[in-house]
Design a binder for this molecule. Structure first.
Ligand code: ACO
Ligand code: KIV
Length: 511
């Protein structure tokens, strides 16, 4: 049976979603989980874009075993060299180079000509192939490229040594039937494609990314590029879990195999959602909260008699058989570490110790759920421990006057600072008091609060984006007290700013 390779681009195209900015640690953690999920290729980033991206791709290449690790590069030699420097540590390194091939892209973005682009594409592939054993080439905006020219570029890339040709529906423009016809014609015009991996990369601008990807498989694609929870540029990429479960559940129709361990899908989806802050809609296919919930009487009746009447998959298929995590205030580090592992997180050393302290504080007040543990793990994986720490705060809030806050902030080298301030509400007052104590004035750009679980005792998770002297830094805080969660998030953002200012740039655009 034909095997379809799963190429995951959560860490590259997925991270291009507006507002998502993952730290190096978070990317490495997600990459480990993708390896547990058994994807075939992890596109770990675009190494030329920043020091942080380069570091993340290098670490994933060096640490994560199993999948091939790809780095993206324009058809520019410095991009390709940088991508190779980052992926060369991988067991199976891949360079992925791309260029726009539609007349729109050639004329208006590249300000180039068809002849020049085909030449640069071939030279880039040849150069990449001189460095890496495995090279992928993507004609960007392929679905709006005239078929004769697309065939010419693809033939040139194949001739130059490309191992994988990836046909990109960059702006989510095509339709399933049209895409299948394009792929079939391309394979006829470039018969050498038979000896290469034919891949598809579809975007969801018209809500057809998954349908187009599956049409691609029907038309002969042997690699699909997908992202967990469908995140990605604009409306996102084809969703990994939907494509995988469609191919697995309808194996009778598609007649292909995938190597993914589908029982890791639920954990992976939650991890990506927790780390990116992009929530999964309750009605999302496969991993939404309601994907296996039956609300109406007739459906419930049918499922009770025989679940197959209204269910085409079972929750266990995606790893929703309920975990066995029962942790309380008497649990120790070993049990906590084990519980994190079960949820897909590797925590050790200082991160485990910090997580353990946080866990004990919470367990003293409430029953700890799996969602709480995930929030603690995410908090620690992504945490950047800087010089300032919130030691204590007090806040007085009333409806008829300004709120007043007092904070004590300790500094790793300089002792403690205390300050008081008034503000429009308790959070504003605490932020102003922190500004006064640290001596760094911040301007809040974004504030988001989420309850980790339901109920009065739920943990509150706050994410902030703060501008300090023109530089935007992010922070995240977790506590049962939402003002404390906000204060912690704000102090973390200040720590990122201080580290960046002192030259020890935090390898993350945000926390
Ligand atoms: C469809 C996709 O998802 S493509 C991937 C998109 N991802 C990203 O853009 C990642 C984040 N990007 C970045 O950090 C920056 O854009 C960088 C570092 C890559 C480049 O930054 P800059 O050099 O400042 O260029 P800028 O982004 O303003 O413009 C892009 C340049 O690359 C050129 N370019 C775009 N795609 C390609 C390509 N595939 N091959 C060669 N050149 C290209 C553009 O024509 C433009 O060139 P110009 O400066 O001569 O006009
Ligand atoms: C780099 C390419 C494959 C891409 O992301 C796109 O065209 O959408």
């Amino acid at each position: 049976m034909r095997r379809v390779q799963i190429f995951d681009t959560t860490l590259r195209d997925g991270e291009q979603s507006p507002g998502i900015s993952l730290s190096v640690e978070e990317k490495v953690e997600i990459a480990h989980q993708l390896a547990r999920l058994k994807v075939d290729v992890i596109e770990a980033g675009f190494p030329i874009t920043s020091e942080g991206d380069f570091e993340a791709v290098s670490r994933i290449a060096a640490e994560v075993r199993g999948p091939a690790v790809a780095g993206l590069a324009r058809v520019k030699f410095p991009d390709i060299e940088r991508a190779w420097e980052a992926v060369k540590w991988a067991g199976k390194p891949r360079i992925h180079t791309f260029v726009g091939t539609s007349d729109l892209h050639i004329e208006y973005q590249m300000r180039s000509s068809r002849e020049q682009v085909v030449k640069e594409a071939a030279e880039a592939v040849r150069f990449a192939k001189s460095l890496a054993p495995d090279v992928e080439f993507s004609p960007m905006d392929a679905t709006r490229t005239e078929i004769g020219y697309l065939s010419e570029v693809v033939a040139a890339a194949v001739e130059a040594g490309a191992d994988v040709i990836n046909i990109a529906d960059t702006v989510g423009y095509t339709t399933p039937a049209e895409f299948a016809a394009l792929l079939k014609e391309l394979q006829q015009r470039v018969p050498e494609l038979k000896e290469r991996t034919l891949s598809v990369h579809c975007h969801d601008d018209l809500g057809m990314a998954v349908a187009n990807t599956l049409a691609g498989v029907e038309a002969g694609a042997t690699q699909v590029e997908v992202a967990v929870n469908g995140i990605g540029e604009r409306a996102g990429n084809a969703s990994l879990e939907e494509v995988v479960m469609a191919l697995a559940t309808r194996k009778d129709f598609y007649g292909v195999e995938v190597g993914v361990d589908t029982r890791q899908l639920a954990n992976t989806s939650r991890m990506v959602s927790n780390m990116t802050g992009y929530e999964v809609p309750p009605n999302k296919a496969v991993v939404g909260r309601n994907a296996f919930a039956h609300e109406s009487g007739i459906h419930q009746d049918g499922v009770l008699k025989d679940r197959r009447t209204f269910e085409i998959m079972v929750p266990q298929d995606i790893g929703l058989d309920g975990n066995n995590i029962f942790l309380g205030k008497h649990s120790g580090r070993h049990a906590l570490k084990e519980a994190f592992e079960e949820l897909g997180y590797h925590l050790e050393g200082d991160a485990l110790n910090r997580a353990f302290r946080q866990f004990k504080e919470i367990a003293d007040n409430k029953a700890v759920t799996a969602a709480d543990l995930e929030a603690i793990a995410v908090d620690q994986v992504g945490s950047f421990e800087g010089k300032f720490e919130l030691s204590h705060f007090r806040v007085v809030a009333a409806s008829d006057r300004q709120s007043r806050a007092a904070v004590t902030i300790s500094h790793a080298e300089n002792g403690t600072y205390e300050a008081e301030a008034e503000g429009e509400g308790p959070v504003d007052a605490v932020f102003k008091a922190i500004d006064a104590a640290t001596g760094i004035k911040g301007r809040l750009k974004e504030f988001r609060i989420d309850a980790v679980t339901g109920g009065k005792d739920a943990l509150g998770e706050v994410r902030v984006r703060v501008e300090f002297e023109g530089e935007e830094c992010s922070g995240r805080g977790l506590s049962q007290d939402v003002v404390e969660a906000a204060a912690r998030a704000y102090v973390r953002a200040a720590n990122v700013y201080v580290a960046n200012r002192s030259g020890a740039r935090v390898t993350q655009e945000a926390i």
